[in-house]
Ligand binder design. Sequence first.
Ligand code: 4AD
Ligand code: MG
Length: 428
Amino acid sequence: MYLSIKEAMKKGSGSVAVRGWVYRVRGSNKMIFLVLRDSTDIIQCVIDKEKVTEEEWKAAEKLLIESSAEVEGTIHEDKRAPTGYEIKVSRMNVVHQAGVFPITKDQSTEFLLDKRHLWLRSRKLTSVMKIRSTVFGAIDEFFRERGFYEVAPPILTPNACEGKMTLFKVKYFDDVAYLTQSWQLYAEALIFSLEKIYCNSPCFRAERSKTSRHLAEFYMAEMEVAWAHLDDVVKYGEELVEFIVKKVLKGNEEELKLLGQDIEKLKKVKAPFPHITYTKALDILKKDGIEIEWGKDLRTIEEDKIMEHFDTPVIVTNYPKDIMAFYKPADPKDPKTALCFDMLAPYGYGELIGGSERDTNIEELKKALKKQGNKPENYDWYLDTRRYGSVPHSGFGLGVERVVSWLCNLDSIKDAIPFPRTMLRKTP
Ligand code: 4AD
Ligand code: MG
């Protein structure tokens, strides 16, 4: 029976059988040191010419990186081995002799993206994908524990949700459709039956930006709650992020270390986070010598500048109403601003969450739609949600790859998803 490399190391002594891919290989005419990798870890295997058949020795001598092999032998602790254990090989079977692997040391980022289907085998990306899996699990657990229903939004949609500028148009029989930018409009229809709902679904935006934070296809974990006001969903957002961080700290300490993440920094992430308004954010910037005219959106550089003052996420509320999506209502206490929030990440990882209360006033909604160049008739189905038993409600969307980038200490959001899609890349 094959054990995973981790299980074999846990066993620590006696005979074991493991299988995987060649991570490293070097040798002499008597001994070959093979480092084998599987999804769980790496282990050094020593092949002694005297202890294997001639056929096995010949096959071992030819092994190249990323060949697949099965190995049997006795395991023992060895402080000099890369992971502290070594297998003395008694039987080896090469399952597939690999060709010369195209990825060697010091390759450019673009080359690694071209060879992404192979580079995913690296320990770095393996660690990121494990953390990503924990994040997905944590999102489900968080919402389900709190009585939310999971729903599936459509990917093909007739309308924009977040502005027409970033829509992906697709041929839809003899018509056109758009890839969804956010499930929100559908969520708003679904709260009338389920009240508390969430989804974690792909979203698409034709963002003409080449930043380290934007993908054309990304996952957004969205939630919507009937009867909820802004404060209620801000609290859910803070608790969700704390919950995700805790799960990753518990389940992925090893991966965090491999990625060079500072675990102590993550331990400081405790809800509630500091709250500031957009207006206060401008004050902070002003003290730093950056003058932003009230009413202008915060750009990446400004968000980063603000976040230099914090080492946990921060909630920014009350952005100017005029620059916000059509569904965000004015705050009655300060009508120039909207009842909305963003959660910004520390250390330059940008906006993790965007959310708001939803306007329930049909006339205001129509006015805002028109102002942004949309035809209210196209949104008539959505406006029905305000015609039959309208209730206050609120929700948010969390950018999953933004969270993964932050937790994994990544230089680019492209490494937070297996096969990134950006303005300049749709392959492999
Ligand atoms: O702030 P956004 O645009 O909000 C919405 O779409 C709302 N309709 C969500 C809701 O209330 N249900 O997007 C939400 C989050 C952002 O905070 C960001 O983390 C992420 O989605 N995001 C992106 N992530 C990667 N690449 C992009 N191009 C992204 N655009 C948004
Ligand atoms: Mg936003």
